[in-house]
Design a protein around this ligand. Structure first.
Ligand code: NAI
Ligand code: MG
Length: 488
């Protein structure tokens, strides 16, 4: 209990609000000691394995298979076998399976949310309230299109491509799986999906959902492994590669696939501008700034990592922001009070640490609220940099951590120019009371998504994707269906 202060003859009030720990129980998750590859509806053993850990305390969770080139080719062959039957099913039949998956994900959402937080480090309140509902919603949404393709693309005779190879990152493991698998299956393709090496467990648990939904064997195949497994999938006899991850790997894949006739969509990094005008609702904007950069520890490709504040309100915005940051709770991802969980991996923590040191060395001013970090595990205190020049690395490079760079502008033109001064073009945010200014800005910002008076909002009906080095192709909505179809 917190201390209680007596105030004269009035009733006692707490002197200081502290939280009691509120850990979510992990009992609901039953992990196997070791997992194979899920291929053709069977679990296959591999020669090599690796250990997947919990980033909150570095404890081992399970042994996971490291798929070789031959294992990947085998999985692609299983997907090819299944394609014949799956693609010929009436769309309403395919929809039935997808609706089942959506329903099972909703039914088992607590189990998945706990596992997602355990293996990935994100706060349970986010996996519970964002990742899981959205993952189920994607299956539900694309189920609805499966029997309406001719109406969705009138006069274009849509046909599935064949086998889709899908490579996903570690920041939204189950959600990225849903973004990739749901439209592919709805369109009549079969898939081989490779989860990221640090977060394979929800994809492996998803195989049990596939079994429960009685999906025909080989329609969904999951191969685990590191980058070499991903590279093997790109090389294999697939008809399409869908990749989400770093710009470097995305570029390598684009080079590798040029001229092969394989289709490709790439969803890569970002360095989003979150632009705050002086006529905005300030407190709401501060909430949006915090959500924009500290959501999921900043491991978000569309994170609002560059804050542009109109000069006239620079001081109050920075002051309110710092004050708000002192209330953020960093710690155990499985605690329901936690706002900022564990950094996903040692590698990512090193990258964040290195870029933050570069920011200080280049002359930016750092602020980190006082905060006690757990002893074990990977953690980074929410950080804001002021006095940032556009040329600094922290203003140019994707940090992919809870680190915000604050810059300023005077006029809307200047805001647009600075916001677009980046190799990326994934997302942007605009905070202003003026509707006409929102439209004016949205027209000029080179970003796939522009949020107005909100940030990091997602819905399966809404396409998402980038310009420039953020990649190409869209996921979500009908736009997300098109890359999984051929048109006569
Ligand atoms: P990464 O791009 O290496 O990993 C993403 C996925 O690609 C993983 O499944 C990985 O196994 C696979 N992969 C790696 N090398 C591959 C290859 N040669 N061919 C095919 N697949 C391959 O990203 P990493 O190393 O985990 O993170 C590095 C940086 O990338 C992060 O700090 C962040 O800035 C950015 N990133 C951006 C993401 C986004 O959502 N746009 C997601 C993950 C990372
Ligand atoms: Mg990498």
């Amino acid at each position: 209990m917190t201390d209680v202060a007596r105030r004269g003859d009035r009733s006692p009030v707490p002197a200081d609000w502290t939280y009691a720990p509120a850990p979510e129980s992990t009992d609901i998750v039953r992990l196997q000691e070791r997992y194979g590859l899920y291929v053709g509806g069977e679990w296959l053993e591999t020669k090599e394995r690796f250990t997947t850990i919990a980033p909150r305390d570095e404890s081992p969770l399970a042994e996971v298979a490291q798929a070789s080139k031959a294992d990947v080719q085998n999985a692609v062959a299983a997907a090819r076998d299944a394609f014949g039957t799956w693609s010929k099913l009436p769309g309403s039949e395919r929809a039935k399976y997808l609706f089942r998956i959506a329903r099972i994900l909703a039914e088992r959402s607590r189990e998945f949310a706990v596992l997602e937080s355990l293996n990935g480090g994100k706060p349970i309140k986010e996996s519970r309230d964002v990742d899981l509902p959205l993952a189920a919603a994607h299956f539900f949404y694309y189920a609805g299109w499966a029997d309406k393709l001719e109406y969705a693309f009138p006069n274009r005779t849509p046909k599935p491509l064949g086998v889709a190879g899908q490579i996903i990152p570690w920041n939204f493991p189950l959600l990225m799986l849903a973004w990739k698998i749901a439209p592919a299956l709805a369109a009549g393709n079969t898939v081989v999906l490779k989860p990221a090496e640090t977060t394979p467990l929800t994809a492996l648990l998803f195989c049990d959902v596939v079994r429960q939904a009685e999906l025909p064997p080989g329609v969904v195949n999951i191969v685990t492994g590191d980058g070499s497994t991903g590279a093997a999938l790109v090389e294999a006899e697939v008809d399409k590669i869908a990749f989400t991850g770093s710009t470097d790997v995305g570029k390598a894949i684009a080079r590798q696939l040029a001229g092969t006739g394989k289709k490709v969509t790439l969803e890569l990094g970002g360095k989003a501008a979150n632009i705050v005008f002086d006529d905005c609702a300030l407190d709401q904007a501060v909430e949006g700034i915090v959500n924009g950069i500290y959501f999921n520890q900043g491991h978000v490709c569309c994170a609002g990592s560059r804050l542009f504040v109109q000069e006239s309100i620079y001081e109050p915005v920075v002051e309110k922001l710092k004050k708000r940051m002192t209330t953020l709770r960093v710690g155990d991802p499985l605690d329901k009070n936690t706002d900022i969980g564990a950094i996903n991996s040692r590698m990512q923590l090193d990258k964040i640490t290195e870029l933050v040191a570069a920011g200080e060395a280049e002359g930016a001013e750092i602020y980190q609220p006082p905060c006690r970090l757990p002893e074990k595990g990977y953690w980074f205190v929410p950080t804001v940099f002021t006095n940032v020049a556009q040329s600094y690395r922290i203003a140019q490079e994707e940090i992919f951590g809870p680190v915000l760079s604050v810059l300023t502008f005077r006029t809307p033109d200047e805001a647009v120019e600075k916001a677009n001064n980046t190799p990326y073009g994934l997302s942007a945010g605009v905070w202003t009371e003026k509707g006409s200014r929102i439209l004016w800005m949205a027209e000029r910002l080179r970003a796939g998504v522009v949020w107005a008076n909100t940030f990091n909002r997602f819905d399966p009906t809404s396409p998402f994707g980038g310009y420039k080095e953020s990649g190409f192709g869209r996921e979500g909505g009908l736009h997300g269906m098109e890359p999984y179809l051929d048109f006569e």
